[in-house]
Design a binder for this molecule. Structure first.
Ligand code: SAM
Length: 302
Protein backbone atom coordinates (compact mmCIF):
# COMPACT_ATOMS: atom_id res chain seq x y z
CA UNK A 1 0.00 0.00 0.00
CA UNK A 2 1.24 3.52 -0.84
CA UNK A 3 1.62 6.21 1.83
CA UNK A 4 -1.79 7.80 2.51
CA UNK A 5 -2.29 10.78 4.83
CA UNK A 6 -3.17 9.81 8.38
CA UNK A 7 -6.59 10.30 9.89
CA UNK A 8 -5.26 12.97 12.31
CA UNK A 9 -4.41 15.09 9.29
CA UNK A 10 -7.94 14.62 7.92
CA UNK A 11 -9.26 15.97 11.26
CA UNK A 12 -6.77 18.90 11.13
CA UNK A 13 -7.99 19.85 7.66
CA UNK A 14 -11.61 19.71 8.86
CA UNK A 15 -10.72 21.96 11.81
CA UNK A 16 -9.06 24.55 9.56
CA UNK A 17 -12.10 24.39 7.23
CA UNK A 18 -10.30 22.85 4.27
CA UNK A 19 -11.79 20.03 2.20
CA UNK A 20 -9.41 20.05 -0.78
CA UNK A 21 -6.06 18.37 -0.21
CA UNK A 22 -3.83 15.54 -1.37
CA UNK A 23 -4.60 12.10 0.01
CA UNK A 24 -1.73 10.07 -1.42
CA UNK A 25 1.42 10.52 -3.53
CA UNK A 26 2.68 7.39 -5.31
CA UNK A 27 5.44 6.68 -7.81
CA UNK A 28 3.14 6.76 -10.83
CA UNK A 29 0.39 9.06 -9.67
CA UNK A 30 -1.44 10.76 -6.84
CA UNK A 31 -4.89 11.11 -5.31
CA UNK A 32 -6.56 14.39 -4.33
CA UNK A 33 -9.76 15.18 -2.50
CA UNK A 34 -11.90 17.98 -3.91
CA UNK A 35 -14.69 18.25 -1.33
CA UNK A 36 -17.14 15.44 -2.01
CA UNK A 37 -15.20 14.16 -5.05
CA UNK A 38 -11.81 12.54 -5.56
CA UNK A 39 -9.40 12.82 -8.48
CA UNK A 40 -6.86 10.09 -9.23
CA UNK A 41 -4.03 11.31 -11.48
CA UNK A 42 -2.07 8.44 -13.00
CA UNK A 43 0.76 7.64 -15.40
CA UNK A 44 -0.18 3.99 -16.00
CA UNK A 45 -3.37 1.91 -15.94
CA UNK A 46 -1.81 -0.28 -13.22
CA UNK A 47 -1.28 2.79 -11.01
CA UNK A 48 -4.88 3.91 -11.59
CA UNK A 49 -6.24 0.51 -10.60
CA UNK A 50 -4.04 0.26 -7.52
CA UNK A 51 -4.82 3.80 -6.32
CA UNK A 52 -8.57 3.24 -6.86
CA UNK A 53 -8.44 0.02 -4.80
CA UNK A 54 -6.39 1.67 -2.04
CA UNK A 55 -8.76 4.68 -2.00
CA UNK A 56 -11.74 2.36 -1.36
CA UNK A 57 -9.87 0.74 1.55
CA UNK A 58 -8.52 4.02 2.99
CA UNK A 59 -11.83 5.92 2.82
CA UNK A 60 -13.74 3.16 4.57
CA UNK A 61 -11.14 3.13 7.39
CA UNK A 62 -11.26 6.97 7.52
CA UNK A 63 -15.07 6.89 7.68
CA UNK A 64 -15.31 9.11 4.57
CA UNK A 65 -17.51 8.55 1.56
CA UNK A 66 -17.22 10.40 -1.72
CA UNK A 67 -19.86 11.06 -4.38
CA UNK A 68 -17.56 10.40 -7.33
CA UNK A 69 -14.08 9.26 -8.24
CA UNK A 70 -12.55 10.77 -11.38
CA UNK A 71 -9.41 9.57 -13.15
CA UNK A 72 -7.01 11.75 -15.10
CA UNK A 73 -4.24 10.34 -17.26
CA UNK A 74 -0.91 12.22 -16.95
CA UNK A 75 0.50 12.24 -20.50
CA UNK A 76 4.11 13.09 -21.32
CA UNK A 77 3.02 15.71 -23.86
CA UNK A 78 0.81 18.68 -22.89
CA UNK A 79 -1.03 18.39 -26.22
CA UNK A 80 -2.37 14.98 -25.11
CA UNK A 81 -3.96 16.30 -21.92
CA UNK A 82 -7.69 15.59 -21.55
CA UNK A 83 -10.34 16.30 -18.91
CA UNK A 84 -10.82 13.82 -16.05
CA UNK A 85 -13.13 10.85 -16.69
CA UNK A 86 -15.65 9.45 -14.21
CA UNK A 87 -14.40 6.15 -12.75
CA UNK A 88 -17.16 5.52 -10.22
CA UNK A 89 -20.07 7.24 -8.49
CA UNK A 90 -23.07 9.28 -9.60
CA UNK A 91 -23.02 10.35 -13.24
CA UNK A 92 -26.07 12.60 -13.12
CA UNK A 93 -24.79 15.44 -10.91
CA UNK A 94 -23.11 18.62 -12.21
CA UNK A 95 -19.39 18.53 -12.91
CA UNK A 96 -19.07 21.93 -11.21
CA UNK A 97 -18.61 21.86 -7.47
CA UNK A 98 -17.35 24.20 -4.74
CA UNK A 99 -14.51 23.31 -2.40
CA UNK A 100 -13.32 25.06 0.73
CA UNK A 101 -9.78 26.05 1.67
CA UNK A 102 -9.31 27.81 5.00
CA UNK A 103 -12.98 28.87 4.94
CA UNK A 104 -12.73 30.35 1.41
CA UNK A 105 -14.70 28.89 -1.49
CA UNK A 106 -13.30 27.97 -4.88
CA UNK A 107 -15.24 26.65 -7.87
CA UNK A 108 -14.08 23.36 -9.33
CA UNK A 109 -15.09 21.98 -12.71
CA UNK A 110 -14.22 18.41 -13.68
CA UNK A 111 -15.47 19.06 -17.22
CA UNK A 112 -13.54 22.26 -17.99
CA UNK A 113 -10.30 20.60 -19.08
CA UNK A 114 -7.25 18.90 -17.69
CA UNK A 115 -7.07 21.04 -14.52
CA UNK A 116 -10.00 21.34 -12.15
CA UNK A 117 -9.63 25.02 -11.20
CA UNK A 118 -7.57 24.93 -8.01
CA UNK A 119 -3.92 23.89 -7.65
CA UNK A 120 -3.71 22.30 -4.21
CA UNK A 121 0.11 22.54 -4.02
CA UNK A 122 -0.20 26.37 -3.91
CA UNK A 123 -2.12 26.31 -0.59
CA UNK A 124 0.83 27.55 1.52
CA UNK A 125 1.62 30.30 -1.00
CA UNK A 126 -2.01 31.43 -0.98
CA UNK A 127 -1.87 31.56 2.83
CA UNK A 128 1.33 33.64 2.64
CA UNK A 129 -0.44 36.19 0.40
CA UNK A 130 -3.51 36.20 2.63
CA UNK A 131 -1.36 37.02 5.70
CA UNK A 132 0.54 39.66 3.73
CA UNK A 133 -2.67 41.55 2.84
CA UNK A 134 -0.87 43.43 0.03
CA UNK A 135 -2.02 46.86 -1.14
CA UNK A 136 -1.54 46.11 -4.85
CA UNK A 137 -1.15 42.60 -6.23
CA UNK A 138 -0.16 41.61 -9.74
CA UNK A 139 -1.25 38.03 -10.37
CA UNK A 140 0.48 36.86 -13.56
CA UNK A 141 -0.75 33.62 -15.22
CA UNK A 142 -3.72 34.02 -12.87
CA UNK A 143 -5.79 31.04 -14.15
CA UNK A 144 -8.92 31.05 -11.90
CA UNK A 145 -7.49 33.86 -9.74
CA UNK A 146 -7.16 32.03 -6.43
CA UNK A 147 -4.14 34.21 -5.53
CA UNK A 148 -6.19 37.33 -6.34
CA UNK A 149 -8.99 36.15 -4.05
CA UNK A 150 -6.69 35.81 -1.03
CA UNK A 151 -4.99 39.12 -1.87
CA UNK A 152 -8.36 40.88 -2.15
CA UNK A 153 -9.46 39.70 1.29
CA UNK A 154 -7.14 42.23 2.94
CA UNK A 155 -8.82 45.11 1.07
CA UNK A 156 -6.03 45.72 -1.49
CA UNK A 157 -6.41 46.06 -5.27
CA UNK A 158 -5.54 43.25 -7.68
CA UNK A 159 -4.71 42.85 -11.36
CA UNK A 160 -5.19 39.32 -12.70
CA UNK A 161 -3.50 38.56 -16.03
CA UNK A 162 -4.11 35.47 -18.12
CA UNK A 163 -4.31 34.64 -21.82
CA UNK A 164 -7.57 32.78 -21.19
CA UNK A 165 -10.68 34.93 -20.81
CA UNK A 166 -12.62 31.82 -19.75
CA UNK A 167 -10.25 31.25 -16.81
CA UNK A 168 -10.57 34.91 -15.76
CA UNK A 169 -14.37 34.58 -15.87
CA UNK A 170 -14.01 31.66 -13.49
CA UNK A 171 -11.81 33.95 -11.40
CA UNK A 172 -14.63 36.51 -11.18
CA UNK A 173 -16.93 33.68 -10.07
CA UNK A 174 -14.44 32.87 -7.30
CA UNK A 175 -14.60 36.51 -6.14
CA UNK A 176 -18.41 36.30 -6.08
CA UNK A 177 -18.37 32.99 -4.21
CA UNK A 178 -16.43 34.76 -1.45
CA UNK A 179 -18.66 37.86 -1.53
CA UNK A 180 -15.83 40.05 -2.78
CA UNK A 181 -16.91 42.98 -4.97
CA UNK A 182 -14.84 43.19 -8.15
CA UNK A 183 -14.83 46.99 -8.64
CA UNK A 184 -11.30 47.42 -7.22
CA UNK A 185 -10.07 44.45 -9.20
CA UNK A 186 -8.95 44.17 -12.82
CA UNK A 187 -9.06 41.04 -14.98
CA UNK A 188 -7.05 41.34 -18.17
CA UNK A 189 -6.98 38.68 -20.89
CA UNK A 190 -3.59 39.29 -22.49
CA UNK A 191 -0.03 38.02 -22.75
CA UNK A 192 1.90 38.64 -19.50
CA UNK A 193 5.09 39.33 -21.44
CA UNK A 194 3.34 42.02 -23.46
CA UNK A 195 1.52 43.60 -20.49
CA UNK A 196 4.47 43.89 -18.07
CA UNK A 197 6.42 46.48 -20.16
CA UNK A 198 3.16 48.37 -20.72
CA UNK A 199 2.54 48.58 -16.95
CA UNK A 200 6.13 49.76 -16.41
CA UNK A 201 5.71 52.51 -19.03
CA UNK A 202 2.57 53.67 -17.22
CA UNK A 203 4.50 53.75 -13.92
CA UNK A 204 2.30 51.17 -12.19
CA UNK A 205 3.87 49.36 -9.23
CA UNK A 206 2.87 46.37 -7.11
CA UNK A 207 3.91 45.22 -3.66
CA UNK A 208 3.03 41.58 -4.33
CA UNK A 209 3.71 39.82 -7.66
CA UNK A 210 2.83 36.22 -8.45
CA UNK A 211 4.91 34.52 -11.15
CA UNK A 212 3.66 30.97 -11.65
CA UNK A 213 4.09 30.45 -15.40
CA UNK A 214 3.35 27.27 -17.33
CA UNK A 215 6.34 25.21 -18.48
CA UNK A 216 5.59 26.11 -22.07
CA UNK A 217 3.36 28.79 -23.54
CA UNK A 218 2.45 30.17 -26.92
CA UNK A 219 0.87 33.62 -27.02
CA UNK A 220 -1.98 34.58 -29.40
CA UNK A 221 0.65 36.00 -31.75
CA UNK A 222 2.27 32.55 -31.87
CA UNK A 223 5.41 33.48 -29.92
CA UNK A 224 6.77 30.52 -27.93
CA UNK A 225 7.90 30.85 -24.32
CA UNK A 226 9.75 28.20 -22.30
CA UNK A 227 10.16 28.47 -18.55
CA UNK A 228 13.70 27.04 -18.36
CA UNK A 229 15.00 29.47 -20.94
CA UNK A 230 12.82 32.52 -20.33
CA UNK A 231 11.98 32.80 -16.60
CA UNK A 232 14.76 35.39 -16.19
CA UNK A 233 13.19 37.66 -18.86
CA UNK A 234 9.87 37.39 -17.05
CA UNK A 235 11.42 38.23 -13.67
CA UNK A 236 13.41 41.17 -15.09
CA UNK A 237 10.16 42.60 -16.51
CA UNK A 238 8.37 42.00 -13.18
CA UNK A 239 11.14 43.77 -11.23
CA UNK A 240 10.39 46.89 -13.31
CA UNK A 241 6.93 47.08 -11.69
CA UNK A 242 7.91 45.92 -8.18
CA UNK A 243 7.90 48.37 -5.27
CA UNK A 244 11.08 48.74 -3.19
CA UNK A 245 9.97 46.12 -0.67
CA UNK A 246 7.78 43.96 -2.91
CA UNK A 247 7.26 40.24 -2.33
CA UNK A 248 7.60 38.17 -5.50
CA UNK A 249 6.58 34.52 -5.78
CA UNK A 250 8.60 32.39 -8.20
CA UNK A 251 6.93 29.07 -8.84
CA UNK A 252 7.16 26.34 -11.45
CA UNK A 253 5.99 22.83 -12.24
CA UNK A 254 8.93 22.22 -14.55
CA UNK A 255 10.70 19.21 -13.04
CA UNK A 256 14.05 20.39 -14.41
CA UNK A 257 13.92 23.56 -12.25
CA UNK A 258 14.35 23.19 -8.49
CA UNK A 259 14.42 25.86 -5.72
CA UNK A 260 18.19 26.21 -6.09
CA UNK A 261 17.86 26.94 -9.83
CA UNK A 262 15.12 29.50 -9.09
CA UNK A 263 17.40 31.23 -6.57
CA UNK A 264 20.38 31.31 -8.96
CA UNK A 265 18.17 32.84 -11.65
CA UNK A 266 16.71 35.37 -9.17
CA UNK A 267 20.20 36.42 -7.96
CA UNK A 268 21.25 37.04 -11.54
CA UNK A 269 18.18 39.26 -12.12
CA UNK A 270 18.76 41.18 -8.86
CA UNK A 271 22.35 41.87 -9.84
CA UNK A 272 21.30 43.01 -13.30
CA UNK A 273 18.77 45.47 -11.83
CA UNK A 274 20.94 46.47 -8.82
CA UNK A 275 18.34 45.33 -6.35
CA UNK A 276 18.54 43.16 -3.25
CA UNK A 277 16.27 40.55 -1.69
CA UNK A 278 16.05 37.89 0.96
CA UNK A 279 14.77 34.48 -0.08
CA UNK A 280 12.16 32.43 1.72
CA UNK A 281 10.96 28.95 0.78
CA UNK A 282 7.22 28.35 1.30
CA UNK A 283 5.99 26.50 4.36
CA UNK A 284 6.01 22.76 3.64
CA UNK A 285 2.57 21.25 3.12
CA UNK A 286 1.86 18.20 5.32
CA UNK A 287 0.01 16.40 2.49
CA UNK A 288 2.79 16.85 -0.11
CA UNK A 289 5.94 14.76 0.42
CA UNK A 290 9.26 16.46 -0.43
CA UNK A 291 9.66 16.73 -4.21
CA UNK A 292 5.91 16.54 -4.91
CA UNK A 293 4.06 19.58 -6.26
CA UNK A 294 5.36 22.89 -7.61
CA UNK A 295 8.76 24.25 -6.64
CA UNK A 296 8.47 27.75 -5.20
CA UNK A 297 10.54 30.52 -3.70
CA UNK A 298 9.56 33.90 -2.28
CA UNK A 299 11.75 36.91 -3.03
CA UNK A 300 11.44 39.54 -0.32
CA UNK A 301 12.88 42.70 -1.88
CA UNK A 302 14.70 45.11 0.42
C1 SAM B 1 0.07 26.98 -14.18
S1 SAM B 1 -1.37 27.90 -14.58
C2 SAM B 1 -1.24 29.11 -13.32
C3 SAM B 1 -1.87 28.66 -12.03
C4 SAM B 1 -2.18 29.78 -11.05
N1 SAM B 1 -0.99 30.49 -10.66
C5 SAM B 1 -2.87 29.21 -9.83
O1 SAM B 1 -2.21 28.96 -8.81
O2 SAM B 1 -4.09 28.96 -9.91
C6 SAM B 1 -0.85 28.72 -16.04
C7 SAM B 1 -1.82 29.78 -16.60
O3 SAM B 1 -1.03 30.61 -17.46
C8 SAM B 1 -1.84 31.05 -18.53
N2 SAM B 1 -0.90 31.50 -19.57
C9 SAM B 1 -0.09 30.75 -20.34
N3 SAM B 1 0.70 31.54 -21.09
C10 SAM B 1 0.39 32.83 -20.79
C11 SAM B 1 0.87 34.09 -21.23
N4 SAM B 1 1.84 34.18 -22.12
N5 SAM B 1 0.32 35.20 -20.69
C12 SAM B 1 -0.69 35.11 -19.80
N6 SAM B 1 -1.16 33.93 -19.33
C13 SAM B 1 -0.65 32.80 -19.82
C14 SAM B 1 -2.70 29.86 -18.88
O4 SAM B 1 -3.87 30.28 -19.55
C15 SAM B 1 -2.96 29.28 -17.47
O5 SAM B 1 -4.17 29.76 -16.96
Amino acid sequence: MNQWIDFGMVRDFATEKTNAYRLCTARDGWVERFGTDVLISYKTEAAREQLAAELAQWSSLAGLSFDRVFGRFLPKKNAERIAPQLISGFGGIPLERTVIERDLCYAIDFGAGYSTGLFLDQRANRQFVRRLAPLRTLNCFAYTCSFSVVAALGGGATLSLDLSRKSLDRGRDNFMLNRLATDQHRFLADDVLRVLPRLARKGETFDCIILDPPTFSRSHTGKAWQVEKDFDHLLLAALEVATRDAKILLSTNCTRLDERALEVMARYCLKATRRAANFQPPVRLPDFPPGAGARSLWMLLR
